[in-house]
Write a protein that binds this ligand. Structure first.
Ligand SMILES: O=P(O)(O)OC[C@H]1O[C@H](O)[C@H](O)[C@@H](O)[C@@H]1O
Length: 526
């Protein structure tokens, strides 16, 4: 029997609070530090490893976290989720994004449909469509091949797919699987659409309109913007546009599109990279086989996330350490720092994934919680971040837990040796150095040059950013966020907090304002 309880009612949480804190400087200095780096490590899928040596934990804290995982029934809750329970209580919906990349448990039927068959069918249709575009069987009105794909969408219909595209673009070029360049239009700022349209050959571009709801103002506005541009170029918009949406959305039945592919209400926007939302653009850009490898990587990581033993379940362990940092140590934010240019938009995707999922102050029953929930997430690729905000991370008054990601090999394998090391080695040397600098610090008589240390970090280490390892990395973070939501007893799968601003913006545009809103409207010349 599953019970949903607030974190502060759990006996194991009270025990955890009493366990002696770890002095990270001592723990990570000398031989004990070397031992921790060797031992505090869990294999992930696709050759990735999660290393938590530099986190502020020891065996006692880890044992207490394992008890918390048991009492909070994390494995059981995940099992209930993938077997089709209504986990999204706010919207009374199932949560089925795992099913887009494999079957973890029982077959799930909803709305009279076998859901796995539905997602698989959509994947097959996308693959077929992409193959025909690549083969020149589906063309523009003049019978010429499409060369560019442009995704129009925002939030989950932009961030994940864009981050994944950028992550694999150079890998695909290097491995001869690059089919079409992809561009993205998201912001309702007219300069976004205008700049993208100026940078492409519209006549040879296929546009993917992505909106689960089919009602998002920014996306519908940008669709009209693009249709206008197509019309002005003397082109038939319906020969240049496909849609990805849910079958219940207003877009689903329209004749305005060359083709339509579907996801459904059981896949949250921020969890939709492995559904048709990511599938269409990634299959067009790199080919369906690459998208399938990406899904396999995610499925392999999902399988690990089922493990009841927290020490064999990297997503669960990462989640629990994050809870310890948030609810016992009181750290308010977390930085995600990939030492890989390919992952340049990955932190932006994680921002939505994490903050829209767990930025909640009521539990899944709508009652206020008395403890902090989701942290503020931010990040940049290393080493760029080092020359920007690391000052605060090293010497600022707040301690910010860090999540590093690093790879042994580059994607392009073009490198140069300067002063006896390659650029890749320099990149990796920096991440190793940062972990130890943050953890151990360095004392100096000059207070200004003193590093307190004791700043915790973890690192995910991989061979290379490729489709499989990217899928595994994505699923790791999705599952981490899910487990944290379970611990905090919040519903990680709705996002009511984004509604109020939308309603007020509509009122501004209808000139139905008063008070402060009216004055701001006037100031902005609306
Ligand atoms: O895909 P759509 O229905 O257009 O939604 C796009 C985005 O907008 C919403 O406001 C939500 O905050 C996001 O979770 C969602 O991904």
């Amino acid at each position: 029997m599953i019970t949903w309880n607030n974190l502060d009612t759990l006996a194991s949480f009270k025990e955890l609070e009493k366990v002696e804190r770890v002095n990270l400087v001592e723990a990570m200095t000398g031989e004990s530090g070397a031992e921790r780096v060797k031992n505090y490590s869990v294999p992930m899928a696709e050759g990735l490893t999660y290393n938590y040596a530099a986190k502020q934990v020891d065996d006692k804290i880890l044992a207490a976290l394992a008890k918390l995982a048991d009492e909070a029934q994390l494995a059981e809750k995940f099992e209930a989720l993938y077997n089709g329970e209504v986990i999204n209580t706010g919207e009374k919906r199932l949560v089925l994004h795992h099913m887009t990349r494999g079957q973890l448990g029982e077959a799930v039927e909803a709305d009279g449909v076998d859901k796995r068959a539905f997602y698989t069918e959509q994947q097959a249709k996308i693959a077929d469509f992409a193959n025909k575009v690549h083969a020149g069987e589906i063309t523009n009105g003049a019978g010429e091949k499409f060369t560019t794909v442009v995704q129009i969408g925002i939030g989950g219909s932009d961030l994940g797919p864009r981050a994944m595209y950028l992550a694999l673009e150079n890998w695909a070029k290097k491995n001869d699987t690059f089919k079409m360049e992809a561009k993205f239009i998201s912001n309702v700022d007219p300069d976004d659409a205008a700049a993208v349209l100026n940078s492409i050959d519209v006549a040879h571009s296929i546009f993917v309109l992505v909106s689960k709801s089919g009602t998002t103002l920014e996306t519908l506005t940008n669709e009209s913007f693009v249709k206008d541009a197509l019309k002005n170029a003397g082109l038939d918009a319906s020969k240049h546009m496909i849609a990805v949406t849910s079958e219940t959305s207003p877009l689903a039945k329209s004749d305005d599109y060359l083709a339509a592919f579907f996801m459904d209400d059981y896949i949250g926007g921020r969890y939709s990279s492995t559904s048709a939302v990511g599938g269409a653009v990634l299959s067009l850009a790199f080919g369906p086989e690459v998208f399938a490898q990406f899904l396999d990587g995610a499925a392999a990581e999902d399988a690990l996330s089922k493990n009841k033993d927290v020490f064999k379940n990297p997503a669960m362990l990462d989640a629990l350490i994050g809870v310890y940092e948030r609810n016992v140590l009181g750290y308010p934010s977390t930085a995600v720092l990939p030492y890989s240019q390919a992952l340049s938009r990955f932190p932006a995707h994680l921002q939505q994934l994490d903050m829209e999922s767990n930025g909640k102050s009521v539990n899944r029953f709508g009652e206020p919680v008395n403890y902090p929930t989701g942290p503020v997430i931010f990040g940049e690729p290393g080493t760029n971040g080092q020359h920007s905000f690391y000052q605060l991370l090293h010497q600022g008054t707040d301690i910010v837990p860090l999540q590093f990601v690093g790879y042994k090999n580059s994607q392009m394998e073009t490198d140069v040796v300067i002063q006896d090391s390659t650029s890749q080695q320099k990149l990796c040397a920096n991440v190793a150095a940062q972990i130890v600098a943050f953890a151990c610090g360095k004392s100096d008589e000059n207070r200004n040059k003193n590093f307190e240390g004791g700043r915790p970090s973890s690192i995910i280490i991989g061979e290379q950013v490729n489709p499989g390892s990217l899928g595994a990395l994505l699923a790791h973070f999705e599952n981490k966020v899910m487990f944290q939501g379970f611990v905090w007893n919040v519903n990680s799968f709705d996002q009511e907090g984004v509604q109020l601003g939308k309603v007020l913006a509509k009122r501004v545009l209808a000139h139905e304002t008063e008070g402060a809103l009216k004055v701001f409207s006037d100031l902005l010349n609306i």
